[in-house]
Design a protein around this ligand. Structure first.
Ligand code: STX
Length: 320
């Protein structure tokens, strides 16, 4: 991955595991300037976890940069890859509560929220629940989990662009179950037998890893389809999508009035095949006060050419 457009790599100056209840421990870290503007990075998936390079969107002189792994993924424990875990303590409401606990434990009064893809949905949900805790929003690859968005990715839209990869995605599912892929995968991902859930998790995750970048990224596909990554990722994602994020249809777009006053930048890749621009456009129409940036040489991924620079510029714009 070429990260030329981003700030140089940095190391965290503090990190730990936050006990949030329900037996869950959340891995967190802070880098940049301890006196800087606080910003929290919300990763995608859900279930994607954070990576060190995600610190590099932010000017380390200006920002106090918080990364954390949402429940069950990355370095947070227990891992949702454990077949004994039914994920009953892993919902959007739990993640919002974890964000509040983390904010208070770090002594932060207000922070900026930077989220892409699922991270954009969580950022909107968190800001709408706790508008007083949010000083700014940077949202990329807008995803609000409406029926049309989930159907686009799992029931035909993306398949029209990647028919070769779609064939691989549907291969593990018998023909009679292919009318609802999220359900069909749910049965297999939550089967306790690794001979069933591991190949299902790999196929589920490969579909996403292979379709999110503007150009194929073999390194991303390889890293994401390692069973230690793919099993928690696929199980968490599928669990959230089975439940539509516990949102009512259109909830995140309907509640824009609650956050309309917050400075915000919406950044969308023109060629995003995972969360196509229709949703970013709907958000722009609902929230014209937010800066709207369309990146022509980008798909879904934050690492795409053009996207790195656009996100860095957005963070520079909101830094003070
Ligand atoms: N999932 C959208 C999402 O949040 C349907 C997402 N897309 N790709 C990612 O996350 C990774 C970069 C974690 C693979």
């Amino acid at each position: 991955m070429n990260l030329d457009a981003l700030y140089p790599p940095i190391e965290p100056y503090d990190s730990g595991m936050l006990l949030v209840g329900d037996g869950q421990r959340i891995a967190w870290e802070v880098s940049g300037n301890p006196e800087g503007t606080p910003v929290v990075f919300l990763h995608g998936g859900p279930g994607g976890g954070t990576s060190p390079w995600q610190r590099q969107f932010f000017d380390p002189e200006k920002y106090r940069i918080v990364l954390f792994d949402q429940r069950g993924c990355g370095k947070s424990l227990p891992s949702a890859g454990d077949p004994a875990d039914d994920l009953r303590f892993n919902t959007t409401a739990h993640l919002i509560a974890d964000l509040e606990l983390l904010r208070k434990n770090l002594g932060v009064e207000k922070w900026q929220v930077f989220g892409g893809s699922w991270g954009s949905a969580l950022a909107l949900a968190y800001a709408q629940a706790h508008p007083g805790a949010v000083s700014g929003l940077i949202l990329r690859g807008i995803f609000t989990l409406r029926r049309i968005e989930l159907e686009w990715f799992y029931e035909g839209g993306t398949a029209a662009i990647f028919p070769d990869l779609w064939e691989e995605f549907i291969a593990p599912i018998p023909v009679l179950e292919r009318n609802h892929m999220i359900d069909a995968y749910h049965r297999r991902l939550f089967d306790p037998d690794p001979a069933v859930h591991v190949p299902a998790a790999i196929a589920w995750t490969k579909w996403e890893a292979a379709t999110v970048t503007l150009r194929p990224d073999p390194e991303l596909i390889e890293a994401m389809t390692e069973p230690a990554m793919a099993v928690p990722f696929a199980r968490i994602e599928n669990h959230y999508f089975m439940n539509r994020g516990w949102f009512t249809e259109g909830q995140l777009l309907e509640n824009i009035d609650i956050i309309r006053h917050i400075p915000a930048v919406i950044v969308q890749g023109r060629h995003d095949a995972c969360t196509p621009m229709m949703t970013a456009w709907d958000l722009h129409k609902a929230w014209p006060e937010a800066e709207f940036v369309v990146v022509d040489d980008a798909g879904h991924s934050a690492s795409d050419p053009g996207m790195q620079q656009a996100l860095r510029d957005a963070a520079d714009l909101l830094a003070f």
